[in-house]
Write a new protein. Sequence first.
Length: 334
Amino acid sequence: MGYPKEIYNRAYDKLLKRKENARLKAAANKQQLYAKLPRLEQIERQLNLTGINLARLVLNGSENLEQAIEKMKNENLSLQKERDDILLSNGYSTNCLDINYFCAKCSDTGYIDNNICDCFKQLLKDEAYASLGSVSLLSSCSFDNFNLSYYPTKLGDSSDVNPRAVMQGIYDYCVRYARNFGNGSDSILMMGHTGLGKTHLSVSIAAGVIEKGNAVIYSSVQNLMDRLERERFGKDNAADDSKSYMQLVLESDLLILDDLGTEFATTFTNSCLYNIINTRLIDAKPTIINTNLDIEKMEKMYSQRIVSRLACQYRVLKVAGKDIRLVSGMKNKS
Ligand SMILES: [Zn+2]
C-alpha cells in the first residue's frame, strides 16, 4: 500500500508520537513506583550490571567460567523473583513496568516482520481522507441530524410530488447503503437543486463507511481537479515509491465527488473525470457524485461517454423540495 509522501510522513509522525508517549508514560510510572519502593530501583541497577559483569568474566579468562555464569544466572533469577514479589505484595502486577504501547501487536513501530501493521494502515487512511477535507464536514453531518420535517409534503397546487415522501425513500436507501457498504455497492448520482441535502446525505454515508474501516475520499470536483492538475505539472512532488493522488482516488473504497458541474471544465478535467468514473466502474468500486445539473445540462458540459455512464450505470437519486437551508433558517428565526 503506497500513499503520497506527505500523507506517509504525517502518518509516520503520528506513529512516532504514539511510541514516544508510551515511553514517557512508562518512564514516569517507573519513577513514581521507585520513589515509593526504592528497593526496585536497586534491583534494576543490579540487573543492568549483569551484561558488564559477564563480559568482565570472559575477558579475565576466569578459570571456572561455567560455574561463574551459573552463579550469575541464579542471582539474576532471584533478583527478578524479589522484584515480582515486591510488586505483587504491594498490589501491582508483575508487568506494570512494561511499556504500554498504543498497538501491542507492533509496539508502535508500524511494522510486523516487514509487513505494515493494521494500526499504521489505519493512520494512513485517516491522513488520506483528512487531507481531502472531509473531517470538518464529517463532524457536523450525520443521519441522526437529517431533518425530514424541513421537506414539505406538497410542492404547489400544480404538482403532485410529495418531497417528504421522496426524501424519506432516499434517506432510507442511504442508511441501508452505508450499513451494507462493500465492493460492488451501487455507484450513485444524486441530482437536484442546491440546498436539498445531497451533501448532508453523502457525508452521512461517508461517516458510516469510514466507521467500518474503509478508505473514503470526499472532495468537490473542483478541488480534486486542482489537485490532480498540480500533480500532473509536478508541483506536488511525490516520492518515487509512493502512489499518486490519481491512484489514491482510483483505489479508495468509496469516492464522493461533490458539486459536479461547478468546476472549470477543460479537456483535462473531462478526461480525468472519464478515467475516474470508468476505471472505478470496471473495478466495481463505488462512487457517489452530487450535482445540481440535470441530464440535459450535463450533456452540454461533458462528453457523451461520461453522461451515458452516469445515467445508465449509476443509481440516480433525485432529491426534491425547497432549499432546506432557507426553511431551517426561517424556522430558527421564528
Ligand atoms: Zn501496530
